[in-house]
Design a protein around this ligand. Structure first.
Ligand code: FMN
Length: 172
């Protein structure tokens, strides 16, 4: 228990990385963590595109104006709209894929890796840029890019606990 809480508090957005590649084993561990996330009606509407080729990473960086970092790997977390829940529950794909994204960040912290979540959904222009670059089928929507690598910066853990955001029993 102490272990997981420690990783949750240690996780910070890392924006500077060493050139050391992320091992295939670690990437697979991150994907296993991602797919262990809860999902509405257990639809698991996620797809993960793992990018490590330098030219592809460079093209991705050029498109991410607010997320141009030098990590040696990226995981593009996407929703498969064909596997999304039906009718009014459809948009749960966003929530499910966000849970998977957070699991990647926490698992990365646990493995001593750095990571940062770059928001793509719901900004239509960014979704188009990412979908176009990776030729995503129309039913696959990009939610986030997660940069992953070995950290070249050190950030302290923090809780950001704010009791004014907590409401015990009633909101009054
Ligand atoms: C939905 C979402 C979108 C984000 N988009 C970006 C982004 O485009 N660029 C970036 O550098 N960080 C991005 N971040 C990371 C946040 O800036 C970061 O989590 C926040 O500043 C708190 O810092 P911490 O992660 O170190 O606790 C995003 C985080 C979330 C959850």
């Amino acid at each position: 228990m102490a272990g997981i809480l420690e990783h949750i508090l240690q996780r910070r957005s890392i924006r500077r990385y060493t050139a050391e590649p992320v091992s295939r084993e670690d990437l697979e561990a991150l994907l296993r963590a991602a797919m262990a996330a809860p999902s509405a009606m257990n639809r698991k509407p996620w797809e993960f595109l793992v990018v490590t080729e330098p030219e592809r990473l460079a093209a991705l960086r050029r498109r991410l104006v607010l997320g141009n970092y030098n990590a040696p790997a990226a995981i593009v977390v996407c929703g498969n709209l064909r596997r999304a829940a039906p009718a009014i529950a459809k948009d749960f794909w966003v929530v499910d894929c966000s849970a998977a994204t957070e699991n990647i960040l926490l698992a990365a912290a646990g493995l001593g890796l750095g990571s940062v979540w770059i928001g793509v959904y719901p900004v239509r222009a960014m979704m188009s840029l990412v979908a176009g670059l990776f030729k995503l089928p129309r039913h696959v929507a990009p939610l986030a890019v997660v940069w992953v690598g070995h950290p070249a910066e050190d950030k302290p853990p923090r809780t950001q606990y704010d009791e004014t955001n907590v409401h015990w029993e009633s909101f009054a």
